[in-house]
Design a protein around this ligand. Structure first.
Ligand code: SF4
Length: 292
């Protein structure tokens, strides 16, 4: 794993694609050190032009944006001068809580800066339980802006035969959501992309206890390419991702039919309003934020 330090040119990036409900994305790092784990297997960030130009081996190198804090101050002033709302998705092509955050504290510095210069809306999404490092700052920030904290958990199974290991256990991520909810933060569980579940009802119940809402997505509709082309061509241990899913569970998990069965289960247990489906569902939740 190669970690390098860099001076970035900007930190707030105007959005496009499925993130159009936000005005900007914010990525404290370039690349992602979790890229060799299970989530990296179907990670669309690897193929984003910017990432692939800067990071040649996904999951094996990380660039730390040392000047992120001062860039946030500068970019914030620019956006505010235009008088437009500032709604940030953090992060779209890295994880704000990669293990290296423990040393560099880039995300913490940005969040601390936001206490003074708050966006209107902030969605902070991670694949880790490490958001707990900043729970005090997040609590204060939630008094200053409309903050939602999201943790991605693609399956209820701690091990999926044939797949890479999770970077962080399912249990630790559920526990983190629980802690974040306990202090009064709005928590969302993101099941994306949905991978084979052992017990959809139990998973819905467990997520419902720790998250205000759940977003469900499937690679066939949610990987940013027509009919899941991006995910279909990814190869792990000589098998494509759909072949691996098929070998691990059954081919039904590669179909929208099974996906909508899971959606129905979640909606029955949590209620429709607490379950967002695909990019549209995700934007509905953003829409709800905007109605605040
Ligand atoms: S944590 Fe997010 S950005 Fe990093 S490899 Fe996993 S899915 Fe991709």
């Amino acid at each position: 794993m190669t970690v390098t330090e860099c001076e970035a040119k900007s930190i707030l990036t105007p959005t496009g694609g499925f993130l159009t409900g936000f005005s900007h994305t914010l990525n404290p790092y370039v690349g992602c050190s979790l890229g060799r784990s299970l989530c990296g297997m179907a990670c669309y960030a690897e193929e984003i032009r910017f990432s692939s130009r800067e990071i040649h081996h996904w999951g094996q190198s990380l660039k730390v944006k040392l000047n992120a804090k001062s860039l946030y101050r500068r970019d914030y002033a620019r956006v505010r001068r235009k008088g437009t709302p500032l709604s940030i998705f953090m992060s779209s092509v890295t994880d704000p809580y990669v293990p290296q955050e423990r040393r560099y504290r880039i995300t913490r510095e940005i969040l601390t800066e936001m206490l003074e210069l708050p966006p209107d809306i902030l969605v902070l999404q991670t694949h880790t339980p490490n958001m707990l490092w900043d729970v005090g700052t997040l609590y204060r920030l939630h008094k200053r802006c409309y903050l939602t904290v999201q943790i991605t958990i693609e399956t209820d199974q701690e091990m999926l035969m044939g797949f890479p290991r999770h970077a962080y256990s399912v249990a630790s991520r559920l526990a983190a959501l629980r802690e974040l909810k306990k202090v009064g933060l709005k928590t969302v569980g993101v099941v994306s992309p949905l991978l084979p579940l052992a017990d959809p009802k139990l998973f819905a119940t467990r997520l419902g206890e720790v998250a205000a809402a759940v977003i469900l997505d499937h690679y066939l509709i949610g990987d940013g390419s027509p009919n899941g082309t991006r995910t279909r061509r990814k190869v792990v241990h000589d098998l494509t991702v759909p072949e691996l899913i098929s070998a691990t569970a059954c081919n039904a998990w590669n179909t929208m039919e099974r996906f909508y069965q899971v959606v129905e289960t979640f909606q029955r247990i949590l209620g429709k309003k607490r379950v967002g489906v695909g990019a549209e569902g995700f934007l509905e939740i953003v829409g709800n934020y905007n109605k605040r």
